[in-house]
Design a protein. Structure first.
Length: 372
């Protein structure tokens, strides 16, 4: 332990120095050294720790051990409160060593706590930087998304959670709507990495009026080349015909899309029979799509597993049956109500349980003009 003996040239200071040096402590000899140069200060002068001329106590400074003569005790009350410990003189060498060892243990503990706080501070700064980067990437990925399309209602998990949910919407050059709801495995920066190339491929191909099969194959190839083997994208890709009477869909790993009438009748569940994007090599990839004829103003619902797997305080899942009931009620809800029926049903089910991330989108299948 590095010890600064602030006692000038005195017999007591010499005794303290010799005693502590003999048991291996390092003595700092420089006059008035900086606080970071020593771990413990031994003080003999009561006035250094009390009175009008005493410096204000710095809580970050090394502790002080006051060696005080018994006759000084009546006037040393303030100094005793300012010091970390006190040894009344005359005292045995063993008492001085014991006091210093105790303060050394306290100093080491404080040092460990300071280092832990610094690590936590660095970790939080790193997290803040990561969150800022993730937010920037997700914002760029979603920037072109046509979320104010008149045929669309949606509820997205807050971007601040970075849970990997991605909703991309684009108009077709000749009308109609392209839509993709995806859920990356994992959270945070890993999920963000895949979102940007996915969105770029989606919007570029939508502008060229590419087919859903071509989109699915291109995004799969992009993710195969980019992501590690344990990361992939569960996604549903759909294209609504400009007349609103036909839907083309491809689903890999996401829940089956459900189409309801405005009276709340489930008309069809779209196939969900493909593997997620970013798993199969191009040669093995299945780009076959499903074509579905539509009744006027029917409603397509796509959602991530945050909906069906929402849990209440007892650990019970919201489940597919409750999903169907809430979607049927949502389909009957008046236009412009958002997706409040579904969200209200989930919130009532959770009833104070921790909130899960969920994303859901409704697409009204009706004619869509070629301009935004």
């Amino acid at each position: 332990m590095r010890i600064y003996i602030d006692g000038g040239a005195s017999a007591v200071a010499d005794w303290a120095a010799q005693t502590l040096a003999a048991v291996g402590h390092e003595l700092v000899q420089a006059p008035a050294p900086a606080p970071q140069a020593f771990d413990l200060q031994i003080v003999f002068n009561v006035a250094q720790l009390s009175g009008p001329d005493a410096p204000q106590r710095d809580p970050t400074a090394p502790p002080s051990l006051l060696l005080v003569d018994r006759q000084q005790l009546p006037v040393a009350a303030d100094a005793l409160r300012a010091a970390a410990d006190c040894l009344v003189l005359p005292a045995a060498s063993e008492s001085l060593i014991a006091r210093v060892d105790r303060l050394a243990a306290l100093a080491n503990e404080r040092r460990r706590l300071d280092e832990a706080e610094q690590r936590i501070h660095r970790f939080r700064l790193s997290q803040d930087r990561d969150h800022a980067a993730i937010h920037h990437v997700f914002s760029n990925a979603m920037r072109e998304s046509w979320l104010d399309c008149s045929l669309l209602r949606h509820h997205l998990a807050p971007m601040s959670r970075f849970n990997g949910d991605l909703l991309l919407v684009a108009p077709g050059p000749s009308g109609g709507v392209y839509l993709m709801l995806g859920d990356f495995t994992g959270h945070g920066l890993g999920a963000a990495i895949g979102s940007l190339p996915t969105s770029r491929a989606f919007f570029a191909m939508a502008r060229k009026a590419c087919s859903v099969a071509e989109m699915a194959r291109e995004i799969n190839l992009t993710l195969i080349q980019l992501l590690p083997v344990d990361m992939f994208l569960c996604a549903s890709l759909v294209q609504l015909h400009p007349k609103g009477d036909q839907l083309i869909s491809w689903n890999g790993g996401l829940h089956a899309g459900q189409i309801y009438s405005q009276e709340g009748q489930l008309q069809v569940e779209l196939p969900a029979d493909k593997l997620a994007l970013g798993i199969l090599p191009d040669a093995a990839f299945d780009d076959r799509v499903h074509r579905q004829r539509l009744t006027p103003d029917s409603l397509l619902y796509l959602y991530t597993d945050g909906l069906s797997e929402a849990t209440n305080a007892s650990g019970e899942l919201f489940g597919e049956e409750r999903v169907r009931r809430s979607l049927a009620k949502q389909a009957r809800a008046r236009e412009g109500s958002g997706l409040h029926e579904v969200i209200a049903a989930v919130d009532a089910f959770r009833h104070g349980a921790p909130e899960d991330d969920l994303s859901i989108v409704e697409l009204r299948c009706a004619p869509c003009p070629s301009q935004r």
